[in-house]
Write a protein that binds this ligand. Sequence first.
Ligand SMILES: *Cc1c(COP(=O)(O)O)cnc(C)c1O
Length: 392
Amino acid sequence: MTTHDLPTQEFLEVLTSVLGRVENSTIALHEPDIGTHEHKIVAECLSSGWVSSVGAFITQFEKELSKITGAKYVVATVNGTAALHLALHSVGVKPGDEVIIPTLSFVATANAVAHCGAIPHFADSNTDTLGMDPTALRKHLAAITSKRGPDLLNTKTGRRISAIVPMHTFGHPTQIKELVLVADEFGLPIVEDAAESLGSYVGDKHTGTFGRCGTLSFNGNKTITTGGGGAILTNDESLAARVRHLATTAKISHDYEYVHDLTAWNYRMPNLNAALGCAQLDRLAEFLKHKRNLAHKYDEALKDAKFLKFVSEPRGTTSNYWLNTVRLVVPNLQTRNELLTGARSRGYLCRPAWNLLHQLPMYEQSPRAELPVAQLLVDSLINVPSSANLGS
Ligand SMILES: *Cc1c(COP(=O)(O)O)cnc(C)c1O
């Protein structure tokens, strides 16, 4: 392509060359692909009458997820936030604790911590992976923590730090092996927020299976959808049993009596949603292929660009390319906004990265590390239309 004097011109040329011109309509950032196969399976579920929290599709959905991710145990939930809440609770996060999360994430990561009565403690990102930076995290924890018995204390706040939640941003695997080493050094469990990374691997190991447990989301904008839905992945049998129990009102199995032994949640995925999930999983390989193809097109179109760069999967990993991402070579919030408004006015419904979580009103008092990289990322990242059908 030719180079341009203006970043916006360059961006629009890339979008037009990959997606074509948009006339009197828009191209969504990410929309689900629901076809005849989904209609058939969901209709089957409706006819069976088993639409709620018990049914064959839930079991089948969990089994297939287990096969795809390699996680021994999978518990499907009503959404990804509920999965993360339950996962954090089950690894021992208690009210008044702090939990390390990236400030560059969707708000659900912080909300799940808050739902435990705990406080998010924000960590910085890595420029290349967009995920939590292990080197910066090690330095930060070494500077602000001390051991008290089995607990790790934040010496500034006096609170216990009880877990680390790395997130695989836009589907790109974060440096999870390095983060596991840091977590081990400080005696903390890892709960992986793999909401965005179904189909993403480090080597040949699926994201969400490196920590004590991991969570997925099947919201309507994710790689596959169940309408709303999530799942907890783990290789720990007793953790899986606890999670399953707590997700189903802690009900003790009995023919007719209502026996419950804990205050728990109604977080299990309904069979109706699982039916849609089963149909979508049948097409996961097709979606991933198309998304990869689309990513390749963006990458090619940006080869000789002057102001912009494509964000590729980190070396040694396979990304699902959930949301394709373009970055400004020179981070600049005003330029970023010009690119966004320019693209959106022409029907390409691009989005920026999330506003940093530590700047949201409910979390601005939360403890945090230095966060220079995350801020530069917000000033430079733009998500571009990424639905699987655009790459078919
Ligand atoms: C989508 C998402 C979740 C979970 O969202 P739900 O809408 O509750 O399924 C959690 N974390 C991240 C990073 C996400 O993108």
